[in-house]
Design a protein. Structure first.
Length: 294
């Protein structure tokens, strides 16, 4: 890619309507994420930052570069890190995690002792959600007096950078807000510069893997006891939200629970599921084959 002028310190031109729609279409086609007109500034800023690094000043030139050949595929991977990483924190919506804990308590009663619990954090970002789930599982297992089968948590996201932070399991103090003091002391080791490392007892239970939400049907994850998918659906069109939730519903084991963000969808029902009667959370439980709840 040839350039003749250094644009790294010069302001980029405003993205016109046609260019914005072109980038909107590309991002939605490849990731499912819909960038609304209100987020045009976000998209332009994110593209502009990367274009300056490449010494490019024209959105069309960059678009053609990203969408062509092996070099474009590599560049797309670099760009997607800027466009999809979401800010999150431990126990971001505490009532949802507490609902998970209560449901795990129910599942563990009379459960086959050799059958492990299986959980999935969909769109896990940098891992705080998955580790929060692990804390809730540990607490439920203690209340149940232990469980030889143990548990495992899938944590999936499209961002390699976010997944790598999850595997590293070191976070700034500002992201611990949802944890109580006892949980902080037990599961997080203080480091220098207001950073904290997640205990290995939790890290060993979480498997981080890259999954594009548009390829959910191919993900080899099923028979889940808990699927946690919060603050992700808001980035998709309504029809795609329903399609994704229907796919997730089929991945639940009988009696399993799907948790989404409160109000992320209001016009969705699935015959496999029944909504939990709790105004503080939006969660659904999969019926048994006979139509009753477990």
């Amino acid at each position: 890619m040839q350039t003749t002028q250094n644009w790294s310190l010069q302001p980029l031109p405003e993205m016109d309507g046609q260019q914005f729609r072109q980038w909107q279409t590309l991002l939605e086609a490849r990731t499912g994420v819909c960038v609304s007109d209100q987020r045009k500034t976000f998209l332009q800023t994110s593209l502009g930052a990367r274009m300056r690094e490449l010494n490019l000043a024209d959105y069309q030139t960059y678009f053609e570069y990203v969408t062509n050949g092996a070099a474009g595929a590599v560049e797309w991977s670099a760009l997607i890190e800027r466009l999809t990483v979401r800010e999150t924190s431990f126990m971001r919506h505490r009532p949802s995690f507490e609902a998970v804990g209560r449901h795990l308590d129910l599942l563990l009663k009379g459960r086959d002792k050799d059958r492990p619990l299986q959980l999935w954090s969909v769109g896990c970002a940098s891992g705080e959600e998955a580790y929060s789930m692990a804390i809730m599982v540990e607490q439920s297992l203690r209340r149940a007096g232990g469980h030889p089968g143990g548990y495992g948590i899938w944590a999936t996201d499209i961002s390699h950078k976010a997944l790598e932070q999850g595997r590293t399991a070191v976070y700034p103090g500002g992201r611990l807000g949802g944890l109580n003091e006892r949980e902080r002391r037990e599961w997080l080791q203080p480091l220098a510069n207001d950073r904290y490392e997640v205990a290995y007892a939790l890290r060993d239970r979480v498997c981080f893997a890259r999954v594009n939400i548009l390829e959910l049907a191919q993900a080899p994850i099923q028979d889940l006891d808990i699927i946690f998918c919060q603050n992700l659906l808001i980035y998709f069109r309504r029809w795609r939200r329903r399609d994704l939730l229907n796919l997730l519903a089929r991945r639940l084991a009988p009696g399993g629970m799907l948790v989404i963000g409160l109000g992320e969808i209001v016009d969705w029902n699935n015959p496999l599921l029944e909504r939990l009667p709790d105004d503080q959370v939006q969660a659904y439980v999969r019926r048994e084959s006979n139509g009753r709840l477990e």
